[in-house]
Design a protein around this ligand. Sequence first.
Ligand SMILES: *[C@@H]1O[C@H](CO)[C@@H](O)[C@H](O)[C@H]1NC(C)=O
Ligand SMILES: *[C@@H]1O[C@H](CO)[C@@H](O)[C@H](O)[C@H]1NC(C)=O
Ligand SMILES: *[C@@H]1O[C@H](CO)[C@@H](O)[C@H](O)[C@H]1NC(C)=O
Ligand SMILES: *[C@@H]1O[C@H](CO)[C@@H](O)[C@H](O)[C@H]1NC(C)=O
Ligand SMILES: *[C@@H]1O[C@H](CO)[C@@H](O)[C@H](O)[C@H]1NC(C)=O
Length: 350
Amino acid sequence: MHLSCLPFLLILISGIFCQYDYESVPYFTEGDYGYSHSMFEPSTAVCAPECNCPVSYPSAMYCDKLKLKSLPIIPSGIKYLYLRNNMIDGIEENAFDNVTDLEWLILDHNHLENSKIKGKPFSKLKSLKKLHISYNNLTEDVGPLASTLDELQLTNNKITKISPSALEGLVNLTIIHLQNNQLKEDSISGVFKGLDSLLYLDLSHNQLTKPPLGLPANILMLYFDNNHITNIPDHYFQPFKALQFLRLSHNQLTDAGIPGNVLNITSLIELDLSYNQLKSIPTVSENLENYYLQVNQINKFPVSSFCKVVGVLAYSKIKHLRLDGNNLTRADLPQEMYNCLRMAGDISLE
Ligand SMILES: *[C@@H]1O[C@H](CO)[C@@H](O)[C@H](O)[C@H]1NC(C)=O
Ligand SMILES: *[C@@H]1O[C@H](CO)[C@@H](O)[C@H](O)[C@H]1NC(C)=O
Ligand SMILES: *[C@@H]1O[C@H](CO)[C@@H](O)[C@H](O)[C@H]1NC(C)=O
Ligand SMILES: *[C@@H]1O[C@H](CO)[C@@H](O)[C@H](O)[C@H]1NC(C)=O
Ligand SMILES: *[C@@H]1O[C@H](CO)[C@@H](O)[C@H](O)[C@H]1NC(C)=O
């Protein structure tokens, strides 16, 4: 197993178990989990002359920050290829012919454009596990891709559409980063269907006006923040039995856009609805632990949003509740609230 997996897994696990820190998003971000100290080790003989293939890790080739305008020669035997921070704008059809068993291809911070990617060079990488092409100039996907893929990162491009077959058959794909593109719900409707291993999908900072259709039901984390979402279709989340983290902050949600029980999702642990236009508190499941509602227009606090019934064993599991930046003061909180929200260690109002 590639050593760099280790810090990555730690990031992933800490993300799942740590409290959501609103200001700094600690997990699944653009972490640099290549180990750059290897750049200073002597290189093996089987390496592109301008790159570095560390003696202690000869199947990795590091070609970061070399002002490369095109791909270097890639000798066979390389499995992990780092090409970050160059000026590569295109890829020739035969570019990967020596290394069809490449497992990681990291191309972040280049100038890649779809029109300069000739043929389908990525489809030849039959063992590819990680493909990162964030911070480039892509306007669409780069599929088809091998069914071995487990992580796809295409953030900070100008992607407006993903072909319906681009992700077809990627049964092991677990993580997709598509934040900071120009996607609308119609241009991705159904493209995630059949991705039965998908746990994480980040579509934040796009142009969605409603959540996309056809997402796999096993998903754990869904990020739709910073879009233009005005409403959630009734029963939208009903198929999702494992969803734990849902972010919808910085959208245009109003009370009318959130039908009755649509956010009462039994599996949910964390829900972020901050920076919307809500006047009331949407009803959530008694299992929810972190609820972010800051910067809305909320002016009432009905206990029924958290507890349908209150009793010895019937109460809300909310630990952290943020209501600051609304039209509520402590005097607006009803007395019976304390029975329902008996686990709440922290209710922010100002
Ligand atoms: C494949 O490897 C050979 C021998 O190392 C090299 O001459 C050739 O340029 C390589 N081809 C590509 C496309 O990198
Ligand atoms: C991306 O493409 C646009 C339009 O073709 C061009 O103006 C811009 O310089 C490109 N940016 C990069 C980083 O290649
Ligand atoms: C998916 O992952 C499993 C477990 O790592 C592996 O056994 C299987 O071959 C993979 N499937 C594909 C299509 O790569
Ligand atoms: C949420 O839905 C469940 C199942 O339908 C129900 O038992 C529960 O009382 C609801 N929670 C609230 C706060 O209405
Ligand atoms: C805030 O709430 C008070 C009473 O609860 C109401 O009179 C006032 O108009 C509200 N202000 C806004 C900006 O909604």
